[in-house]
Design a protein around this ligand. Structure first.
Ligand code: SR1
Length: 322
């Protein structure tokens, strides 16, 4: 049960947390929102959700609106530094506490939340290295400007230096409302142009889904393996289906990350201290582990990997234990 008294504003249900998103479609963002909403319900706060749906100007306007409407706390979920930082500054000037997930807020007044993206890339690349022996042609999927992808890219850049036998023969990537199918088309072209490719490094599940589709459609699943990031029930189905080339993914449970973001924002709204930087650690999940463990959904994955739950990150002392 709760270990501290519920702050009056929370008890009376007056607390409003604005969640200002850059993106909302796809498994990752849907699960993240579901977790955020569940935590908001548990804490008796109103979550006011907006999304730019990929339109960065729209996200900036939504953020201005959250500041003008004097939210008790704001969560900025993804976004390009250039478009969100001016409004983040306004929030800071107005004294509205802010949690920045997967975006550089440009101010040390905001709490910065991320998954450990270097670790995500290290884990997936560790599997790629084990399978390839650290040599071979690789297709890389990346779009610059998204903070988590930029951090994973730093690790990939270092990995190539450390493993001179790894040759990046093509870089592809697009982020839009149909990322997976766009990446599938690009991956097909890259694989056809580079028949020696052994692996695709696709560190975002929409990238990995697209890469896996391309490999299957070209009948290359015995030659080309996919190393991804993120996980969902749908991703688990793709990874475990017969002949799937998607053999490893490094991931958090996105719904848990959404919960952490809301907890951190709630603590700030209550005037409590939160560490300046919060990180949710990922786990490596392999196709073999999923198949051997007969893991078919996120609930079973959470049971198999209890470290995916992080109740101590931004723990709310007055919350009923979750
Ligand atoms: C377009 S950025 C996509 C990434 O954001 C989150 O960090 C997820 O892990 C996803 O891979």
């Amino acid at each position: 049960g709760p270990t501290a008294p519920v702050p009056p504003k929370f008890a009376s249900g007056e607390v409003r947390i604005a969640l200002v998103r850059q993106l909302s479609s796809g498994d990752y963002f849907e699960q993240w929102l579901a977790g955020a909403q569940a935590e908001a319900k548990a804490l008796n706060v109103t979550l006011e959700v907006s999304s730019g749906d990929g339109n960065n100007d729209k996200q900036a306007l939504n953020l201005e609106q959250a500041v003008n409407q004097k939210a008790d706390a704001i969560i900025v979920d993804h976004g390009f530094a250039q478009t969100v930082q001016p409004a983040i500054r306004k929030a800071a000037d107005a004294g509205i506490p802010l949690v920045a997930f997967d975006v550089d807020p440009g101010t040390d007044k905001a709490v910065v939340l991320s998954q450990d993206d270097h670790r995500i890339a290290e884990q997936a690349l560790g599997a790629l290295k084990a399978d390839t022996g650290g040599a071979g042609e690789v297709v890389y999927v990346y779009v610059a400007g998204f903070a988590p992808l930029d951090r994973r890219n730093e690790t990939w850049t270092q990995f190539k230096k450390d493993n001179p036998g790894i040759e990046q023969v093509a870089q592809i990537g697009v982020v839009n409302s149909s990322t997976a199918s766009a990446v599938a088309d690009q991956a097909k072209a890259a694989l056809q142009a580079n028949p020696g490719v052994k692996a695709i490094f696709a560190p975002y599940d929409e990238f990995a889904k697209g890469a896996a589709l391309a490999v299957k459609e070209l009948g290359l699943q015995d030659k080309v393996k996919v190393y991804g990031a993120d996980v969902s029930t749908a991703d688990i189905a793709v990874m475990t289906e017969p002949g799937s080339p998607w053999v490893a993914t490094a991931a958090t449970d996105p719904s848990n990350v959404g919960r952490v973001a809301v907890r951190a924002a709630a603590l700030l709204a209550a005037g409590q201290d939160v560490a300046a930087e919060l990180k949710v650690p990922p786990a490596l999940i392999t196709q073999k582990q999923l198949r051997d463990g007969r893991i078919a959904n996120m609930e079973q994955l959470n049971q198999a990997i209890p470290a995916l739950r992080t109740p101590d990150v931004a723990r709310v002392p007055w919350a009923p234990s979750s």
